[in-house]
Design a protein around this ligand. Structure first.
Ligand SMILES: NC(=O)c1ccc[n+]([C@@H]2O[C@H](COP(=O)([O-])OP(=O)(O)OC[C@H]3O[C@@H](n4cnc5c(N)ncnc54)[C@H](O)[C@@H]3O)[C@@H](O)[C@H]2O)c1
Length: 304
């Protein structure tokens, strides 16, 4: 009988009763996602072992986290002790062994299957039998990555959103052989660090990108056909649909190259024409118009 303090799990969500909290998490790959994930976990009180081969990236991303936390202190949203504690809980190193005694390992290295398979093979040899291994892949098969290990039942997807410290959602992906205990531990961990988990199967794009990519493709097609200006299309969605950001501004934020890559991956795996990257976006990428990061996309950022 569920009690007020232990509500029945949502349909399809795991029962986390009795699941041990995670105390040490390893994040493999600093970079855009790894640094955000490490920051979230450390802020939630976990010990974080970061493995990143590049010393320069370690220096850059530790400084980036310190800067972000510093801004929160300046705005009165965080006190200086909490900032210092969060920073002190993040321990970076260049060697993979650094991750081996973690309860949970989250992989956030570049989106290349060969790299991820090599990494999961090495993790499989190094970590203890109960460690949960998670991948932050956006478009690769979690099941295929899990199959590189001798423990596919202990592998799942934990798909975070960028920027991880800001966006609440994490998709918890049950791969073909993920067992109930692993899913429950990963799900409980997402809650533990203050994020909102949704559970999904290992299908291309999971839930959010499967919805988002064809919508963005369609909007770019309409813009290319001259339906309205980028600003008017975005304002239509913001003020008529209450979206916090217009779809074309979102493409610029994601990076047009990243959006094209995501569309290509979804198209290759689903064969649905609506997933194919729109010609206009492919053209813009070829011309170096990548959105905010290149200073030009659907909007001009030269002055910002
Ligand atoms: N950027 C996004 O918006 C976003 C959102 C959700 C998921 N993802 C996924 O997260 C993963 C990481 O993406 P990113 O944008 O953070 O990449 P990134 O290039 O910013 O960072 C990857 C980091 O991994 C390091 N690295 C490379 N090989 C390594 C290895 N063998 N061991 C340890 N570290 C290694 C690199 O030096 C780099 O610092 C990808 O699978 C991507 O699809 C990205």
């Amino acid at each position: 009988m569920p009690t007020a303090s232990a509500p029945a799990p949502q349909p399809g969500h795991p029962d986390t009763t009795g699941v041990e909290p995670v105390s040490t998490v390893a994040v493999i790959g600093f970079g855009t996602m790894g640094s955000g994930i490490a920051q979230v976990c450390a802020a939630a009180g976990l010990d974080v072992r970061v493995v990143e081969p590049s010393e320069a990236v370690i220096e850059r991303d530790m400084a980036g986290i310190a800067r972000q936390l510093g801004k929160a202190v300046d705005k009165g949203r965080l006190d200086a002790d909490a900032r210092d504690g969060t920073l002190a809980r993040i321990a970076p190193a260049t060697e993979l062994e650094h991750a081996f005694d973690a309860d949970l390992v989250i992989e956030a290295i570049p989106e290349r299957l060969d790299l991820k398979l090599d990494l999961f093979r090495a993790l499989d040899e190094g970590v203890g039998p109960h460690t949960v291994l998670a991948t932050n892949t956006s478009a690769l098969s979690v099941t295929e990555i899990a199959a590189a290990t001798t423990r596919p039942e202990r592998v799942c997807g934990l798909h975070w959103f960028n920027p991880a410290p800001v966006l609440p959602l994490v998709e918890v992906v049950r791969a073909e052989r993920t067992d109930d205990a692993t899913l429950a531990r990963a799900y409980a961990f997402v809650r533990q660090v203050g994020k909102h988990p949704i559970v999904c199967r290992d299908t291309p794009g999971f839930v959010v990108n499967r919805i988002l990519i064809p919508v963005l493709n369609d909007v770019v097609g309409l813009w290319d056909a001259g339906l309205a200006s980028a600003q008017d299309i975005d304002d239509g969605c913001r003020f008529g649909l209450n979206w916090p950001i217009g779809p074309l501004a979102l493409c610029d934020l994601i990076g047009l190259d990243v959006a094209v890559h995501a569309a290509e991956a979804l198209h290759a795996s689903t064969h649905e024409p609506r997933m194919a990257p729109p010609a206009a976006m492919v053209r813009m990428v070829k011309a170096g118009k990548l959105g905010r990061k290149s200073g030009e996309g659907f909007y001009d950022y030269a002055g910002s």
